[in-house]
Design a protein around this ligand. Structure first.
Ligand SMILES: Nc1ncnc2c1ncn2[C@@H]1O[C@H](COP(=O)(O)OP(=O)(O)O)[C@@H](O)[C@H]1O
Ligand SMILES: [Mg+2]
Length: 258
């Protein structure tokens, strides 16, 4: 059975205050940088963080809040791989269940959720995402963006054209090429930039990070946990290996109804 509706005063407060909503309704106390990402009024946000800092958590919360408090809205969550798209969508499913609206959902499958108010959240793996067919997107997230092809980025941005929607691009660093690196280093003042190293996140212990540094070596560690874009000269990969990541062709993926 679904939950009783909240009093109108609470609904208004949660519409305006996604941080209170996340804490009181979903039970998630956000880090200050996650608060910044969730509440910034800037239209373009770019987040550079170490692994496991909480990027996917904050983007899936943003999408769920958007879906609930903007009836009829469409949020698109693009991930670098199908596995990651499923993880991100699993987060949305968890929140929906915590909120008690699971039974009312019109659809809630592996990669797509349609809410009782007609809003939709679609999670897409970047290597399969269609580059057309999503007009009227109010939130577009590109997760692990350093591993997403430039062509997808430039094709997806117009999805926001008619809605004044929000673009949230986020990643751990990976090499010195691709749109994520370009926008972070040279993308101009239009972006709100948020940077957070893994050692700044209280959930990640010093001991864990010391073990990671010892086992992966300094250069990998700085890339994975300290937000450093390592060049080819660091010896982590060749420019050919990086190019191979970006050379997969983009296959259309039909999504009924959209
Ligand atoms: N504010 C938070 N409070 C508690 N746990 C969090 C918070 N943000 C993230 N986490 C947890 O930290 C882990 C990593 O989060 P995730 O969003 O997957 O990180 P990333 O996408 O940056 O690698 C997950 O287990 C997630 O539940
Ligand atoms: Mg993630």
């Amino acid at each position: 059975m679904s939950e009783q509706p909240l009093p109108l005063a609470d609904e208004i407060r949660y519409t305006l205050d996604p941080v209170a909503w996340a804490q009181e309704r979903v039970g998630m106390v956000l880090d200050p940088w996650q608060v910044d990402a969730l509440t910034s009024e800037r239209a373009r946000l770019i987040l550079l963080t170490g692994r496991q800092c909480g990027k996917s958590t904050v983007s899936s919360l943003a999408a769920t809040h958007n879906a609930i408090y903007r009836p009829g809205s469409l949020s698109i969550l693009i991930s670098a791989s199908e596995r990651q798209a499923k993880i991100v969508h699993g987060m949305v499913r968890d929140y929906v269940n915590k909120l008690g609206i699971g039974p009312d959902m019109r659809e809630n499958n592996k990669l797509s959720a349609e809410f009782p108010n007609g809003s939709k959240i679609v999670a897409l793996p970047a290597n399969e995402a269609t580059v057309r067919g999503f007009p009227g997107v109010s939130l577009l997230v590109i997760d692990e963006a350093a591993k997403v092809d430039d062509s997808l980025y430039f094709a997806a941005r117009p999805f926001l054209a008619t809605t004044n929607g929000k673009l949230l691009v986020m990643s751990t660093a990976f090499g010195q090429s691709g749109f994520f690196y370009d926008e972070w280093t040279d993308g101009g003042p239009g972006w709100h930039r948020i940077k957070i190293k893994s050692c700044e996140v209280p959930r990640i212990s010093e001991e864990f990070l010391a073990n990671e540094r010892a086992s992966m070596g300094d250069a990998w560690y700085r890339q994975e946990y300290e937000c450093e874009f390592m060049g080819v000269e660091a010896g982590l990969f060749t420019s050919e290996q990086i190019n191979n990541i970006f050379s997969k062709s983009i296959k259309p993926l039909a999504i009924s109804g959209w």
